[in-house]
Design a protein around this ligand. Structure first.
Ligand code: B1M
Length: 219
């Protein structure tokens, strides 16, 4: 059983999309649950890749390929995840802030949230403040999740929170912020509700926010 998950992790790390899909199907056929597959094969793949990138062993293109393979694995599991969850745990609107084109991390956060039973409305990358505000009006999500990967786009997080206050919408939505240059201190300074360091924390923090709990990720 564990062997198939090791093979799936390896396929993702190598960016082998078809193999990742096949191994996911095999794992499901063997009776493995989707949460076990995500936690034991997909997430560790990105932990490994993060470390390898930090050590200079791999390049951006490798992460992009791995991200595609992970999405293929999620695609195979998606019908089962929606069926087993039945009802959504809450609605999350997410996007990468204006001026920022990074989306690998955001997409992993989405994958984790969807895998945990949330409905996610993805506004994509380079999202202007007005689009976030409009999305809150239109979709009335429980949580707004903002991602920023550049120090130069950090002020967009602040600007979005201010725009929500100006639009009279701030009390209607909880806001979580994240991305490599974002810190808990910065999140507290701009009066976000929560900060998460990675996809696991993001999923747990959203759980707290949806249940109106003051959890460890509150700022
Ligand atoms: Co860019 N880039 N990049 N880049 N890029 C960084 C971020 C950088 C740190 C590289 C470096 O200089 N060492 C640097 C930023 C420096 C800074 O501002 N502090 C940088 C730069 C400078 C740039 C450009 C300006 C380069 C240039 O053109 N001169 C340019 C900017 C373009 C733009 O956005 N306007 C640029 C472009 C790109 C590519 C397009 C080539 C590509 C992005 C492709 C894509 O995303 N589709 C790219 C990449 C891949 C990187 C690195 C190498 C990898 C980022 C990544 O995907 N990591 C990155 C260097 C690095 O991190 N080693 C770098 C893997 C991913 C799984 O982790 O994104 O951190 P991460 O996401 C994590 C957490 O941060 C967290 O959870 C995720 C999963 O655990 N998280 C959240 C993220 N969002 C969250 C939201 C949450 C909660 C948690 O709640 C809402």
């Amino acid at each position: 059983m564990e062997e198939i998950l090791d093979q799936l992790q390896e396929a993702i790390e190598n960016g082998e999309t078809q193999k990742a899909m096949n191994k996911t199907k095999d794992a499901l056929n063997m009776g493995l649950r989707t949460d076990k597959i995500i936690k034991t094969a997909i997430n560790p793949a990105f932990r490994d890749l993060g470390q390898k990138m930090f050590d200079g062993e791999i390049y951006v293109t490798d992460v992009l390929m791995a991200s595609r393979a992970a999405h293929a694995a999620m695609y195979v599991m998606e019908p089962i995840i929606s069926r087993s969850t039945g009802q959504t745990k809450g609605i999350v609107t997410i996007g990468t802030v204006a001026g920022d084109l990074h989306d690998i991390g955001k997409n992993l956060v989405i994958m984790m949230l969807q895998g945990s039973g949330y409905t996610v409305i993805d506004l994509g990358i380079d999202v202007p403040v007005e689009d976030f505000v409009e999305a809150i009006r239109t979709h009335k999500p429980d949580v707004l999740a903002l991602s920023s990967l550049l120090t130069t786009t950090l002020p967009e997080l602040d600007a979005t929170l201010e725009a929500l206050v100006e639009a009279g919408l701030r009390s209607q939505v909880k806001v979580i912020v994240g991305g490599a240059p974002v810190t808990r201190e910065y999140a507290a300074r701009i009066k976000a509700d929560a900060y998460a360091n990675d996809l696991f924390e993001a999923s747990e923090a959203v759980g707290d926010l949806v249940k109106n709990r003051i959890g460890v990720y509150a700022v």
